[in-house]
Design a protein around this ligand. Structure first.
Ligand code: MRU
Length: 355
């Protein structure tokens, strides 16, 4: 059975505390927006799609029992809470896009006499629940498109060796995963020879979470530390790199976990195709390039300590950006639920979506 980062049943929400993995599998109940903001900000739940879904579900759980005097006060309350949730982490765009969608829904219902407060609540919860299910089906499409695309560059009897970075699997999404979804699909097709996953310092999403998922799924895999990527490409014949995204700009520049950019540079040097796998909910059509992406900086303790144990010399200063931006020119393709796009074609695909 697949891992579940989010458990949502009959209006009750739990998240798997990813700070405790892989040592302990413990679910934490999210009773409302304040809990939602905290678990996202502390990274007990992380990964761009999972952040948005947990944020929105935390609001759905809260408004269910809220008493509103009038529709306007409900609208005002929802808007404030959505803005608050967007502030929990700045780089991934998914929560912001979901907030925009939900706010426009609330505005429409507020102006429509056919909707009572109770009906507004029901519809709101329904739309959020749809987001949860859509994320899983989108990821499956990403997996299938990605596997097909990568395989099209190899002969029918070649099994592939894929390198991935950070965690993009069931733990980072509502289920199946994005880049890890592509790996899952290759494995299901029996065309995967091996996966290499980076440790992903400093938060170790690779060593703690991706390794955990790969072992759980019995996918043949090897863990490497981040500084081994060049050696791996030189010595282990990597077929392709597939990573996720936190925010893709309209020109295809992609923000993802710190270290992604250096892997893309190394991939170019070694002639290894470098793919980004991400749903449309990670694409920010409003920004033209990656220069406009705000990069979150995390507490230095994530670098200086392993658990409670300090490993860095006392007195040293630290720089801890959680993400970097890979220029579009290094990306062979962006694998989405609607197909694979060259970064240059993304703008066209986005315009088609608006029409
Ligand atoms: O800081 P994190 O763990 O939230 O960063 C996660 C990543 O960078 C993932 O690659 C990205 O969110 C895509 S998850 C499908």
């Amino acid at each position: 059975m697949s891992l579940h980062s989010i458990k949502y049943e009959n209006g009750t929400l739990y998240i798997l505390d990813q700070l405790l993995l892989p040592a302990q599998s413990k679910y934490v109940q999210i009773k409302g927006v304040e809990d939602g903001w905290k678990v996202i900000n502390k990274m007990q739940v992380r990964g761009a799609p999972a952040i948005a879904i947990v944020g929105c579900l935390s609001l759905a759980v809260e408004i269910k029992d809220e008493k509103y005097d009038c529709k306007k006060s409900m609208r005002q309350d929802v808007e404030g809470k959505l803005n608050y949730l967007v502030s929990s982490r700045p780089t991934a765009v998914n929560m912001k896009l979901a907030a925009d969608e939900l706010l426009s829904l609330i505005n429409k219902m507020c102006d429509d006499d056919g909707f009572s407060i109770e009906k507004m609540k029901e519809r709101f919860v329904m739309v959020v629940e749809e987001m949860l299910n859509k994320d899983i089906s989108d990821n499956k499409s990403i997996g299938d498109y990605g596997a097909k695309e990568i395989l099209s560059h190899f002969s029918g009897d070649t099994n592939l060796r894929i390198l991935t970075h950070c965690n993009t699997g069931s733990l980072a999404t509502a289920g199946y995963g994005t880049a890890l979804g592509v790996i899952r699909s290759l494995f299901a097709l029996k065309r995967l020879e091996h996966v290499y996953c980076t440790e992903t310092r400093p938060y170790n999403q690779g060593a703690r979470l991706t390794a955990y998922e790969l072992v759980h799924e019995k996918i043949p895999a090897t863990l490497i530390v981040d500084s081994m990527v060049a050696a791996l490409m030189r010595l282990r014949n990597v077929s392709a790199v597939v990573v996720g995204a936190d925010r893709v700009a309209a020109n295809g520049d992609t923000a993802n976990k710190i270290g992604t950019y250096q892997i893309a540079v190394l991939a170019k040097f070694h002639n290894v195709p470098f793919y980004v796998a991400a749903p449309f909910t990670s694409i920010d059509a409003k920004i033209l390039s990656g220069d406009h992406i705000v990069i979150e900086e995390r507490p230095e303790q994530e670098m200086t300590h392993v658990g409670e144990h300090r490993i860095a010399a006392k007195g040293i200063s630290c720089w801890n950006p959680a993400f970097d931006v890979t220029p579009a020119g290094l990306i062979a393709g962006i694998i989405t639920e609607r197909g694979v796009f060259k970064p240059n074609d993304l703008l066209k695909a986005l315009n088609c979506q608006v029409e």
